[in-house]
Write a protein that binds this ligand. Structure first.
Ligand SMILES: Cc1cc2nc3c(=O)[nH]c(=O)nc-3n(C[C@H](O)[C@H](O)[C@H](O)COP(=O)(O)O)c2cc1C
Length: 339
């Protein structure tokens, strides 16, 4: 079965759409700012936002979904990273996020990704937010927040490599605690040609600890004319609506709030039966997209969270390897709950 067939057959039973609708359908020729207005987006998540995950998110109502962060050096030197870039045929388009530190490699990646995806590349995003030392040590991710001149060069290189493709950046409040650079930095990125700025309201050194500060979203929105996309602690549909209503954000990104909850985008309250059906649909999508089924282990923990005997089902899934084994656990959960 293709991913599209899986979604058509199993999506509606799970309270999801039977197909992925194009990003801002009917607005293709309108500027990104207008297409983003009020949109809820599936955030980039390394190790998580693969094609199956993105299809689930968009069937749950996400306007657009990002790839995992993709290394420009990886695209230059090898084949493996390209797997992260390719949308599944069930996805009308995706946003691709690149990371690196060398403008020349960004230019090349932008050019090759744009040529490969064509119309299916909604936008190219540059990661200036990743706090992981393995990344920042090389001057990549959030390390770029300390070098606005280089970051601006990277934005320009991507625009040159992929003319006509919106180039956006994803930043944090700043790299180090209490040293907020986001508003000033965002202004420099806009001057370099960034079409939108996504802001995660934590300092890089906070990793994912502490509360995200939504105040910085307003400070960035006041500093730039391009759309601002809010990220950080948007853990429910209600929080997404609050972020849109209470901050100057044009759009909102959901990351951890999507764990076991593709309905976070629509606000649909799933029944236990729909949660089990969603897990089954997700497992089948992993299979259809050729992903490693091991990813279904964490998915099981997320989808079954809060159910009676959740720990037992999570443990059962930990020893599963094939799609059939995961689906058998789902059948057991269904029988036990009478769902
Ligand atoms: C497991 C995981 C992987 C992530 N990977 C990326 C990534 O590849 N690129 C990126 O820009 N942000 C990444 N992030 C950050 C999220 O996109 C988001 O900005 C952050 O989690 C805050 O949003 P949340 O509070 O809704 O989770 C990741 C976050 C998590 C939890």
């Amino acid at each position: 079965m293709t991913a599209g067939e899986v979604l058509a057959s199993f999506g509606p039973v799970a309270g999801l759409a039977p197909r992925v609708e194009p990003f801002a359908a009917g607005e293709k020729d309108r500027p990104l700012a207008e297409r983003l207005a009020g949109a809820l987006l599936m955030a980039p998540m390394a190790g998580v936002s693969d094609a199956a995950y993105r299809v689930m998110a968009r069937a749950g109502g996400a306007a657009l979904a990002y790839s995992e962060m993709v290394s420009c050096a990886g695209l230059h030197y090898g084949e493996k990273s390209w797997e992260l870039v390719d949308p599944n045929p069930a996805e009308p388009e995706i946003a691709v996020q690149l990371f690196g530190s060398k403008p020349e490699l960004f230019r090349e990646s932008a050019e090759r990704v744009a040529a490969r995806l064509g119309e299916r590349l909604a936008l190219l995003d540059i990661n200036m937010a990743c706090p992981v030392p393995k990344v920042t040590r090389k001057g990549e991710g959030s390390a770029l927040l300390e070098d606005p001149a280089l970051a601006a060069q990277i934005v320009r290189a991507c625009r040159e490599g992929a003319p006509g493709v919106p180039v956006t950046v994803k930043i944090r409040r700043g790299r180090y605690a209490r040293q907020e650079v986001a508003p000033e930095f965002a202004r420099a990125m806009e001057a370099a040609g960034a079409a939108a700025v996504a802001v995660h309201g934590r300092f890089a050194t906070q990793m994912y600890h502490g509360e995200a500060d939504w105040g910085v979203i307003d400070r960035v929105a006041d500093a730039v004319g391009v759309p601002v996309i809010a990220s950080g602690d948007v853990l429910s549909h209600e929080a997404a609506e609050r972020a849109l209503a209470q901050t100057g954000a044009t759009a909102v990104m959901v990351a951890r709030g999507t764990y076991g909850n593709p309905w976070v985008f629509s606000g649909h309250e799933p029944s236990a039966g729909e949660k089990i059906a969603a897990f089954e649909c997700h497992v089948r999508l992993l299979e259809a997209t050729g992903a490693h089924l091991k990813r279904a282990r964490s998915l099981a923990g997320w989808y079954f969270k809060g159910m009676p005997d959740a720990a037992r089902w999570r443990n059962a899934a930990m020893s599963c390897v094939t799609a059939e084994e995961f689906l058998a656990v789902a059948a057991e959960v269904r029988a036990a709950l009478g769902a």
